[in-house]
Design a binder for this molecule. Structure first.
Ligand SMILES: CC(C)(COP(=O)(O)OP(=O)(O)OC[C@H]1O[C@@H](n2cnc3c(N)ncnc32)[C@H](O)[C@@H]1OP(=O)(O)O)[C@@H](O)C(=O)NCCC(=O)NCCS
Length: 176
C-alpha cells in the first residue's frame, strides 16, 4: 500500500534512505543531479529546512520510494525537487506526489506554483506539462515553468491521480 507522509524532520535512517533514493532516481541521467553522497545529504537537509512542512515522502509498505520538496516563497511557491525510484517511473507515483503538493498549496490559498527543470530533462518537462505547467523562461541550462493553481481545467491525469491517491494513502503530518 502506498502512503504519503509530510515531514518536518528526518531521522538519520530516513535521511540515508532518501540519499539512496535520490541517487537511484538520477542513475540513468545524472546531468542535473548532485553526485557525491555528502553533497546530496546537505542538499536534502537544505530542502527540508526550506520546505517547512512541504516535504512529502511516499512509502511503499515501509520503504521510501519517492519524495517531493517545495518551498513557500514569494512571488510564488516553488517545487524544488521531485524524484521517484526508477521502478516506480510511469507508475503514477510521481503524479500522486504532485497532486498532494498542489492540493497542499491550493488549500493554503496560493494562486500559482513554479519550478526549474533541466533543459534536456524532457521526461520531467512532459510530466510537469501534464499538470498544466507552462514554460515561461530560461536561464542557462534551466527552464522556468509555472502553473496557475486557480485554473478550472486541470489535466485529467491530475484529477485521476488525486482521486486514486485519496483512496490509497493517508496523509500524516509529523507535527514535529
Ligand atoms: C520526473 C519524474 C518524477 C516523473 O515521474 P514519472 O513517473 O517518470 O512520470 P511519468 O511516467 O508520468 O512520465 C512523464 C512523461 O514522460 C514521458 N515518458 C515516459 N517514458 C519515458 C521515457 N522512457 N523516456 C522519456 N520520456 C518518457 C511520457 O511522455 C510521460 O507522459 P505520459 O504519461 O503522458 O506518456 C521521474 O521521471 C524522476 O524521478 N526522474 C528523475 C529525477 C528528476 O529528473 N526529477 C525532476 C527534477 S526537475
Amino acid at each position: 500500500m502506498l502512503t504519503i507522509k509530510r515531514f518536518n524532520t528526518l531521522s538519520k535512517e530516513l535521511l540515508a534512505a532518501l540519499v539512496d533514493l535520490y541517487q537511484e532516481a538520477y542513475r540513468d541521467d545524472p546531468t542535473y543531479a548532485y553526485r557525491e553522497r555528502k553533497r546530496i545529504k546537505s542538499y536534502l537537509k537544505w530542502l527540508l529546512r526550506h520546505a517547512r512542512g512541504g516535504f512529502f515522502v511516499a512509502f511503499e509498505k515501509e520503504k521510501p520510494v519517492g519524495f517531493l520538496a517545495l518551498e513557500e516563497m514569494a512571488p510564488a511557491p516553488e517545487i524544488h525537487e521531485i524524484v521517484v525510484l526508477p521502478e516506480f517511473k510511469g507508475q503514477h507515483l510521481a503524479e500522486k506526489l504532485m497532486a498532494e503538493a498542489l492540493s497542499y498549496l491550493q488549500a493554503k490559498g496560493y494562486s500559482r506554483v513554479a519550478l526549474w527543470v533541466g533543459e534536456h530533462n524532457l521526461r520531467a518537462q512532459r510530466f510537469y506539462e501534464k499538470f498544466g505547467f507552462k514554460k515561461i523562461g530560461k536561464d542557462g541550462i534551466w527552464i522556468r515553468m509555472e502553473k496557475n493553481l486557480q485554473e478550472k481545467d486541470l489535466t485529467s491525469s491530475h484529477k485521476t491521480a488525486k482521486a486514486s491517491s485519496t483512496s490509497e494513502r493517508e496523509m500524516v503530518s509529523s507535527g514535529v
